[in-house]
Design a protein around this ligand. Structure first.
Ligand SMILES: Cc1cc2nc3c(=O)[nH]c(=O)nc-3n(C[C@H](O)[C@H](O)[C@H](O)COP(=O)(O)O)c2cc1C
Length: 163
């Protein structure tokens, strides 16, 4: 099945996931790899990646998702805060809320992604010790295990698991 990998990444974490997906999936069926925009070709399957922005996907990816119709869409991305699957699922659900209902939503994948050092300084200056701990926990991500989990997720998506 032909597919596109469309992703929004500010500091490179989500781009790292996108590149790992491109390397893992059948190259001959990949019609596009890059940021959201008007030039993205229409394919039946869309892998849409994002960094978490205030608990949601960022506006550029939200706008892209809201223009999709009749596709199978799998969301992937990174979030600064980890702490378990429930937060990741909530972010994925919020991002999926930008998809019109005539799309098929496939399972999503989210992992932690490091944040810029200025964020830690802000948290520390404000005495937000819990947030400093979250920041420090994110520093090593995405790591090898995240990328391994990402590849396993992609291989299990219906269009690829049938190959
Ligand atoms: C303005 C801004 C808002 C953010 N909001 C959140 C958030 O609400 N939840 C979260 O888990 N991470 C948040 N983050 C952290 C990023 O989502 C995280 O570092 C992500 O891995 C960055 O991905 P990228 O390198 O692909 O841009 C935020 C980062 C920035 C800069």
């Amino acid at each position: 099945m032909q597919y596109t990998i469309v992703y929004s990444s500010q500091t490179g974490n989500t781009a790292q996931l996108a590149r790992a997906l491109r390397e893992a999936l059948p190259a001959q069926d990949c019609r596009y790899f890059g940021p959201p925009g008007p030039d993205v070709p229409e394919t039946p399957l869309v892998l849409a990646g994002f960094w978490t922005d205030k608990g949601d996907c960022p506006p550029d990816l939200a706008a892209f998702l809201s223009g999709l119709h009749g596709r199978s869409v799998a969301l992937f991305g990174t979030a600064g805060y980890g702490g378990g699957g429930a937060y990741f699922q909530a972010v994925l659900d919020r991002a999926a809320g930008h998809l019109p209902e005539d799309n098929i939503r496939l399972p999503g994948f989210l992992c932690q992604g490091k944040m810029p050092p200025a964020v830690r300084e802000r948290y520390a200056a404000a005495g937000l010790h819990d947030k400093v701990a979250l920041f420090d926990a994110a520093l090593s991500h995405p790591d090898g295990a995240d990328l391994e989990a990402l590849r396993a997720w992609a291989a299990a998506l219906p269009p690829f698991s049938k190959l």
